[in-house]
Design a protein around this ligand. Structure first.
Ligand code: SF4
Length: 64
């Protein structure tokens, strides 16, 4: 089970597949010009599956 320092249980996982989002919410994206990561630097399908399995083993029940 994954808990934070306030004792809250975290059983929901969201995995960002890309940093290339054009909505630019202020809390997520910098104001200045930003160089997006090339595709080769992003997690590959096998890596995404591997990290998801680790979180499932730790108690994650949902993803989005
Ligand atoms: S928080 Fe906003 S800018 Fe960041 S990924 Fe989500 S929609 Fe895009």
């Amino acid at each position: 089970m994954i808990t934070d320092t306030f004792g809250r249980i975290h059983d929901y996982l969201r995995i960002s597949l890309t940093d290339n989002c054009n909505l630019r919410c202020f809390y997520c994206m910098p104001d200045e010009k930003y160089a997006f990561a090339p595709a080769a630097k992003l997690m590959q399908p096998g890596e995404i599956e591997a990290i998801a399995k680790i979180f499932v083993a730790a108690g994650v029940k949902k993803s989005g």
